[in-house]
Design a protein around this ligand. Structure first.
Ligand code: ADP
Length: 319
């Protein structure tokens, strides 16, 4: 293998730049030429492709976002779109591809692999919802952004007797809400993986109120509905004053934490290592802090699940 490509796709996440840097530097270290494909699969189809040098990825390890930009591209879901992408790769003589992104991006990578094009998936999403790795690139940074915001809300919360509802990202995965809830001692965590009874949420609030608690914090993953709706329901059932904060896209930005930079560097480099070994159609990840790789089709057939022990612990500690 002489030439490889790298792209970022779908929702961006902090640490993607560190992963791109690792792909480029590891590739060049092994005498490969590395090409950057801009704007995800859209740029692959249109041929928005440029050679990257060592200096092209200088000074980006600490930056959020992705220097290759990202896009959502419906055309790539069609066999014709995928074929156009493969033709571009062949035109540039690119023999292997690293795709950094979430499960949607992995679907695209799987299609390329099925058509005989060597592709490796690197899990980059703040949601931590990809099987085959304990952590995805960006999760730790987003979690710390949430904690920082909740700490600030907590400061003002102690001055007022209110129920604070914080809506965090996570349409299908409650990892951000669960970890944030544990890290910030939230009274209640609502995650899409668990059924919730509003009466129980309210009973807990009332018990706290009777014990003289000045304020309560409820973390709602967006997959459980909007924070505003939860707040309205609580106000109706209890008469307690509520305040809602929807953290939104601040969770996607910011300088990646040390953890995410190291994770991204390890996973980006490992993707290149696999291509050098002639492997294809794999995803990289870490399990128990060791590098692992799995068949991409198998990873996509698995369902991400929440850590039940952690969920139980969050309940035990927030009685
Ligand atoms: P994420 O990777 O963050 O989950 P998306 O779900 O938006 O983000 O997927 C990113 C891109 O991956 C899509 O815009 C599309 O180009 C490509 N993609 C998603 N699903 C498929 C699929 N089934 N087949 C081919 N490409 C896909």
């Amino acid at each position: 293998m002489k030439r490889i490509g790298v792209l970022t796709s779908g929702g961006d996440s902090p640490g993607m730049n560190a992963a791109i840097r690792a792909v480029v530097r590891k590739g060049i270290y092994h005498d490969l030429e590395v090409y950057g494909i801009y704007n995800g699969y859209a740029g692959l189809i249109s041929g928005n492709i440029k050679k990257l040098e060592l200096g092209s990825v200088g000074d980006i390890i600490h930056r959020g976002g992705t220097m290759l930009h990202s896009a959502r591209c419906l055309e790539f879901k069609t066999p014709e779109g995928q074929q156009k992408g493969i033709e571009q790769l062949k035109k540039y003589g690119i023999e292997g591809l690293v795709v950094i992104g979430g499960d949607g991006s992995f679907q695209g990578a799987k299609k390329l692999s099925e058509q005989g094009y060597p592709t490796i998936g690197v899990p980059g999403t703040i949601d931590n919802d990809i099987p085959g790795t304990d952590f995805t690139i960006g999760f730790d940074t987003a979690l710390n952004t949430i904690i920082d915001a909740i700490d600030k809300i907590r400061d003002t919360a102690t001055s007022h007797e209110r129920t604070y509802i914080i809506e965090v990202m996570g349409r299908d995965a409650g990892d951000l809400a669960l970890w944030a809830g544990l890290a910030d001692g939230a009274e209640t965590i609502l995650i899409p993986e668990e059924e919730h009874k509003m009466e129980q949420v309210v009973q807990k609030l009332q018990r706290g109120h009777e014990r003289g608690k000045k304020h309560s914090i409820i973390i709602v993953a967006e997959g459980c509905g909007s924070g505003v709706d939860v707040a309205k329901e609580i106000e109706t059932l209890t008469g307690f004053e509520t305040r809602v904060t929807v953290l939104g896209h601040i969770q996607r930005g910011g300088s990646p934490t040390a953890f995410d930079r190291v994770l991204a560097s390890r996973l980006g480099a490992q993707a290149v290592e696999l291509l050098l070994q002639g492997k294809a159609g794999r995803t990289v990840g870490i399990e128990n802090n060791k590098l692992v790789d799995y068949d991409i089709t198998e990873v996509l057939s698995r369902k991400h699940s929440i850590d039940r022990d952690m969920y139980r612990l969050s309940q035990e500690l927030s009685i």
